[in-house]
Design a protein around this ligand. Structure first.
Ligand code: SF4
Ligand code: SF4
Ligand code: SF4
Ligand code: FES
Length: 945
């Protein structure tokens, strides 16, 4: 492996299609109109010196290093800000230009420390490179300019440092923060030699609005803004392109290494999901891979009260296999099951479901998508025919109206949020439907046209009211509906939503959203002309999650917002491979590609390939497995990369289920909360330690590439193979690419996918087969996958979880930028500097009524249980609504969430829990017990070493 370098073309590519010809240093080249001379030259292989230009940012024209001469034009214009013209003849290397460039460099160097040999950027510094490129040999002004050596470095950010002495005031960082990230946290203060880059309110980076995305660091041509890991370790020597292991955006990174040590995660410019951008998690929060808490040896124990005992892989496999066999002999074939993980690769997920179906001999397999996006799968399949979002991320650039429902993109999907914010700054209109005032509602240069701050649990009523406006005000796209949709279901739906009882005025009383606002938002959405919906778990994690997804699909069909760029229905997937884990057949009723297990022809295909007989009956979902365990009918489980004791609702019930089992096999990086109830622990591997693929929220399949050996000796896919072999069902794959080949053979939507195709194209969006060999960015273009679009009636049924005198407030939950889900990874990084505890957001009015001040401990109690955490008094939440994150196990937010779930998919109703909040002295008894128990577990594990 060598270090992957990418050409910097100096300015962004022109989007225009007309081409023109010009001559640069004697070579004729054809480029799109609107291209800068600097870029055209780079395309022609002529690298004009530059400092303030880089191809991720608009041209700025400040450094004057990229000067060129153009025949017939006076002077020496900057090539970065001068567009090409037909027939132009450009010279980049005349004596006059050389002299001018040297003069410019002399000025820069006279004001720059000359400590290149000890500088962390030595070897990766554009100033150094340019000094060489212009042939600088002397500096006539000496080296004692106003070089700012006394300026204080800013080391406050955990991951990068700012040294003003090395700043050449090129403004690349400021522009990166503005144009790429959209946070506008930086500025250049003062003028001339006194110019300094500063955070906008002149605070330290850590105290500022900076969200640590790293765009400024990446843009900086010197060591002024630089990763601390580069300062500590040195420059990388080899790299591989891989995919972020955190969220469903699926950013591409170059994992840059020195030997076996990861030095830096550098966003990959050709990444088709992120186009070279990143967020703090993927860019910087990779330290967990080396964390001391990693378990690197398999462990077993007879009872959960026993000490863990380290064993060989062979012993762990045979112990697990004999326990599972014993259980099946005693309790029946259906007494065991497995859970796949949306954090694992497609190949690993496919293997786990295959293990359950082929080796366990039942369909008791489920995935953590059960608790997040299962309603998306069901809802979009029913209406459109495919269990996936309709667009690619780039589609947002063509949207005129963007609707964000139950999602918080700047925290949950930050890189896509930056792309969305760019479009909003260009003038697209924004509608936010969320109980909480998320950042997008008002952020630099962006203000939502409408924020419908509905009461948690009323999505369906609100979305149906929007449909009422569209139907009754003549805003339906009749041509689209007539041509593309099932007219019988449309007419039925039209009459249903037209009922005044479903109009904005009728539902205002319980949604808490003024009717006029709903009407205005519905009109804006319907008139687009290109309107796109982006939604998250604030839609799905409800007792009517599936209904809400279908209500969104109805709106898109009625207004014709499907089947072209700029429109669509787009679920923002939480974990990196939620889409993939669902695609791979992780649900108990479906084989890969969403084909029902009861379909004889599909089953026959798999039976022939796997040489087994498959059960035609759907198996148990996660909540059913836990219920069956509590009833004594379910006794063994293999859980790969999932922490159900922390992530699933009603923790007490989950714990009871786990305790009732005879063999719990946890396969994970850390001894997570679930592992407290495990009998076998199989060490997992990080995304850096294995090959495979992830599929992001836009159905994009991307490679995960191994850059270091699995620390525990086996990659996750090899662990599942070991278990399968011990169970007497060997699965002989020599590499994950072979697993993908099998997926492609057995799954029509993946038929054209292979590692060779992914290496060649970078990525593909399924469906990828003989009809669409390069994948499908936008779905349902000519017609819906199911044929005609299917309208579904969306009767609002209030949740059974009601407020009342005992529990008068509604709790809803969400995520924060710096932490990721249950926090297993991010809590083991310096990201905890930003968020080291879960806090309860409460409106000042509700806080005052309860005598609660900001920072006080409060007890949060529901019908299911109680926990305690500190209060954050804020008007981001409306009166009557409280909000918390669930990143820290000691908070135990899921102790209070109810057992109610989506009617179609059992996705838990995390977003609506009736609660009471009262002052408290500190953690509850349950929390204290939990901490003690966890400490015991860790103590025992270490004692066993
Ligand atoms: S890290 Fe990102 S948010 Fe922070 S200043 Fe740099 S570009 Fe702006
Ligand atoms: S910190 Fe770096 S990117 Fe920013 S102005 Fe200074 S040299 Fe340029
Ligand atoms: S946006 Fe998501 S995929 Fe991209 S770097 Fe951040 S966590 Fe990783
Ligand atoms: S690169 Fe063109 S003026 Fe700086």
């Amino acid at each position: 492996m060598s270090l992957i370098t990418q050409i910097d073309y100096g300015t962004p590519a022109s989007r225009r299609s007309e081409k023109l010809c010009l001559t640069i240093d004697g070579a004729t080249i054809e480029v799109p109109e609107g291209t800068s001379i600097l870029r055209a030259a780079a395309i022609a292989g002529v690298h004009v010196p530059k400092l303030c230009a880089t191809d991720s940012l608009n041209a700025f024209g400040s450094c004057r290093l990229c000067l060129v001469e153009i025949e017939g034009r006076p002077g020496t214009p900057a090539s970065c800000t001068t567009p090409v013209a037909a027939g132009m003849i450009v010279h980049t290397q005349t004596e006059r230009l050389k002299k001018l460039r040297r003069g410019v460099m002399e000025l820069y160097i006279s004001d720059h420390p000359l400590d290149c040999l000890t500088c962390a950027a030595n070897g990766d510094c554009e100033l150094q490179d340019m000094a060489g490129a212009v042939g600088l040999r002397d500096v006539r002004y000496g080296y004692a300019g106003a070089n700012h050596l006394a300026d204080q470095k800013d080391q406050t950010n955990p991951y990068f440092a700012y040294d003003p002495a090395k700043c050449i005031v090129c403004s690349r960082c400021v522009r990166a923060c503005d144009e790429v990230q959209g946070t506008l946290a930086l500025t250049v203060a003062a003028r001339g030699f006194d110019s300094r880059v500063r955070t906008s309110a002149n605070e330290a980076f850590f105290e500022s609005e900076c969200v640590s995305c790293g765009a400024c660091v990446q843009a900086c041509p010197t060591a002024s803004l630089i990763e601390k890991s580069i300062i500590d370790i040195g420059q990388p020597e080899h790299s591989a392109v891989t995919t972020c292991g955190y969220c469903g955006v699926g950013c591409s990174f170059k994992a840059e290494m020195r030997g076996e040590e990861l030095v830096r995660m550098m966003p990959f410019k050709d990444g088709q999901a992120n186009h070279g951008h990143s967020c703090v998690k993927g860019r910087f929060a990779w330290g967990y891979a080396q964390h001391k808490d990693r378990i690197l040896k398999p462990m077993i124990r007879e009872k959960i009260t026993d000490d863990w005992r380290e064993v060989s892989w062979a012993e762990a496999f045979s112990h697990a296999a004999s326990a599972l066999h014993r259980i099946q002999t005693k309790y029946g074939r259906g007494a065991i099951g497995g859970i796949t993980s949306s954090r694992c690769t497609n190949e690993e997920t496919f293997l786990v479901q295959k293990l359950v179906r082929a080796a366990f001999g039942n369909n008791n397999v489920d995935t953590c998508a059960r608790v997040c996006h299962a309603p998306t799968g069901y809802g979009l399949k029913t209406t459109f025919g495919t269990s996936a979002g309709t667009q690619d991320f780039d589609s947002v650039a063509a949207a005129d109206v963007i609707v964000v429902i139950g999602a918080n993109p700047t925290d949950g999907h930050p890189v896509f949020a930056s792309q969305m914010k760019r479009r909003l700054r260009e003038g697209a209109k924004l509608i936010v439907i969320d109980p909480r005032r998320i950042d997008l509602v008002r952020t630099p240069h962006i203000e939502a046209a409408h924020h419908l701050a509905l009461l948690p649990g009323t999505n369906v009523a609100l979305l149906t009211a929007m449909a009422h406006v569209i139907v009754t005000e003549g805003l339906v796209n009749e041509r689209f509906v007539r041509g593309r949709c099932d007219l019988d279901t449309y007419r039925e739906w039209r009459d249903f939503v037209a009922d005044p009882a479903r109009g904005p005025e009728a539902v205002e009383g319980y949604t808490n959203v003024p009717a006029a606002e709903v009407r205005a938002a519905a009109r804006l959405y319907a008139k687009g002309p290109n309107s796109a919906v982006y939604y998250g778990l604030g839609v799905t994690e409800h007792s009517q999650g599936t209904t809400a997804v279908m209500a969104i699909a109805n709106l898109a069909m009625a207004t014709g917002n499907i089947g072209r760029p700029g429109v669509g229905v787009n679920p923002l997937r939480g974990q990196n491979n939620v889409q993939g884990s669902c695609d791979m057949g992780s649900f108990p009723h479906e084989l890969s590609g969403y084909r029902h297990i009861s379909e004889d022809a599909t089953r026959a295909l798999f039976e022939a390939a796997w040489n087994v007989k498959l059960d035609s009956e759907p198996g148990l979902r996660i909540p059913n497995m836990l219920d069956a365990a509590c009833d004594g009918r379910f006794k063994g489980i293999y859980i790969q990369g999932e922490d159900i004791a922390q992530s699933d609702p009603n923790t007490h019930h989950v714990v009871d289920g786990l305790k009732a089992m005879e063999c719990v096999i946890v396969h994970d990086l850390f001894l997570n909360e679930t592992a407290q109830y495990a009998h076998v622990f199989l060490p997992g591997s990080t995304f850096l330690e294995k090959d495979g693929t992830f599929t992001n929220a836009e159905r994009r399949i991307q490679r995960v590439r191994k850059v270091m050996a699995p620390r525990a000796g086996l990659a996750d896919w090899e662990v599942t193979l070991g278990l399968a072999e011990a169970l007497g069902h060997p699965m002989p794959y020599e590499h994950p690419s072979r697993i993908m080949d099998e997926i492609a053979r057995l799954t029509p939507t993946f038929a054209g996918v292979s590692y060779e195709v992914l290496d060649r194209l970078g990525s593909v969006q399924w469906p990828c087969n003989e009809k669409t060999p390069a994948g499908t960015p936008v779905m349902h273009e000519a017609g819906f996958v199911r044929g005609k679009g299917n309208f579904v009636l969306t009767e609002y049924v209030p949740t059974d979880e009601r407020t009342g005198p005992r529990f008068p407030l509604l709790l809803t939950t969400g995520r924060i930028l710096s932490q990721y889900n249950v926090g297993a990874q991010t809590r083991r990084t310096q990201n905890s500097a930003w968020h080291h505890e879960d806090r309860l957001e409460i409106h000042p009015h509700d806080a005052e009524q309860r005598g609660v001040r900001d920072g006080d401990w409060v007890k949060l109690e529901s019908r299911a249980g109680a926990t305690a955490l500190r209060a954050l008094v804020t008007d981001r939440v409306a009166p009557g609504v409280v909000y918390t994150t669930f990143h820290h196990p000691n908070t135990q937010a899921n102790v209070v969430t109810s057992e109610y779930s989506d009617w179609a998919t059992n996705c838990p109703e995390y977003k609506v829990t009736a609660v009471q909040v009262s002052p408290s002295n500190g953690p509850t008894e349950w929390q204290q017990q939990w901490v003690k128990q966890s400490e015991n577990l860790r103590h025992v594990a270490h004692a066993a070493k």
